[in-house]
Structure formats: structure tokens, C-alpha cells
Write a protein that binds this ligand. Sequence first.
Ligand SMILES: Cc1cc2nc3c(=O)[nH]c(=O)nc-3n(C[C@H](O)[C@H](O)[C@H](O)COP(=O)(O)O)c2cc1C
Length: 244
Amino acid sequence: MAVKAKKISKAEQLARLKTEFTETERIILSRRSVRLYTEEQVPEFMVKRILEAGRFAPSAGNSQPWKFVVLRDPDMMNGIADTVVKLCKMLRVTMDYRREGFQWLRPFTKFWTRLRYNDLHWVPLGAACLIAEGKLGLWHGAPTVILIFKDVRGVSNPDLDCGIAGQNMVLAAHSMGLGTCWVGFVRPAFEYTGKWRRSLGIEFPYKFANSIAIGWPKGEPDGMVGRQTHATDWYEYGTKKTIY
Ligand SMILES: Cc1cc2nc3c(=O)[nH]c(=O)nc-3n(C[C@H](O)[C@H](O)[C@H](O)COP(=O)(O)O)c2cc1C
């Protein structure tokens, strides 16, 4: 199947852009994280196409510092999810000061959240407590998962490259009518135990970067939502303006 760009004149293209979003913009703007899936499996050829979208991502020095692993084995997926639940339970016991009689934990929790701000920020910590209580699923019942492992020897910033490859796959999946959700919460299963790294044969130089749940969405979760605007500074020929 050849990838052919449609030829239209520049004037026609500009006129169109003034009134219409491109297909790519429409996918980007309407993509939502999907947390409810049907049980129907994603056809293999679609997953392969999604992987191709990842493979074609740009990367620093073209180092392509990633390894993709496709999971469609319910026993394995449940096993990894169980490991995460166990680890979240341990985290909850040691850090959740909101429980009755555990307020004394508060200074320790605050200390750790300051020390490891990104990992133990209140959003992941709150989500970890929900996972421990069985109130938040890991891959939300998606039948296919792509695990992204980074090659730690990658040029510059392999995490960033993996993120770009991952988002290529996410957008490709949504363009096919599928739903996806990035699920970073799997990390403890690969970072704090060796069991799943061994099961999947993940060795140096690969380290867990992130994962993407993929499946057919229940209902129609995609659609545009309001989004916080961030100021953008714009410098041009000696002047500065701020746009939103
Ligand atoms: C790197 C990354 C990790 C994420 N991890 C999770 C996760 O573990 N579980 C989850 O339900 N959502 C996860 N999300 C989804 C975010 O919560 C979601 O993107 C955000 O709330 C914005 O909503 P939207 O994707 O619908 O625009 C993650 C997103 C990113 C980019």
C-alpha cells in the first residue's frame, strides 16, 4: 500500500485551512483517553499498522531507542496488573495518611513526595491508592497493550523519543476508530520487581518507558473538550507578544 500525498494548489490549501481542520488536526483535537472498551480484539493487521506509525517516529540522531512489546495474553496482562495492585497496596500502607488513625504518616509522606516529586506527586499517589482499593483498573479492560521499553543508550533523551513514537501510535489508532489510553502506572511492575522483565525477556539496555492500552471504545468517548490555555510568548522582528 503506497503512501501518496494528495496534490492541491497552495492557494486552495490555504483557503481550506481557514475554514477546516485537517484530518490530522481533527484526530489530535478529538482524541480522548479511553477507559471503557468492548471485549472484541483488535485485528492483528491494525496493530501492525499502529506499530509502523511508531517505527516512523523521529528520534534524536535517528537512534530509535525503543522496543515495542505487544501484549494480548489475558493471563499475562492480569498477572502484571496483580503485581501493580500489590505494589500499590504496599505504597498505600506506607504513605496514605488519610486513613483513619494514620495521620501521623503525614510528615513522612510529605517528605517523600517532595523528594520524589514526579513519582509521588498527589495525582499518581491518589491513583495508586485507588488501584490498591480496586477502584481503578490498570489497562481498563483493553484487549491489546503495547509496552514501550526505552534503550537507555539512546542519543540525548530516550524517554522523549519513546513518547513521540507512542503518540504516533496513539494517533494512528484513533484515526482507525480505535480507543487508546497511555498507562504509565505499569512501571512499578517492571521497576520494583524482576518477575515481568524476566518473563518478557527484557534486559539491558531496555527499561520500561510507558504503555498504551488499545481497543474498540464502548460508546463514543472521543470528542473535543475544554483545555487550559498556556501563554505562548512570540518574538518577531524585535517585538514580543503573548498569545493564548
Ligand atoms: C505519560 C502518560 C501516562 C499516563 N498514565 C495513565 C495511567 O496510568 N492511567 C490512566 O488511566 N491514564 C493515564 N494517562 C492519561 C491521562 O490521564 C490523560 O491523558 C489526561 O487526563 C488528559 O486526558 P485526555 O487524554 O482524554 O485528553 C497517562 C497519560 C500520559 C501522557
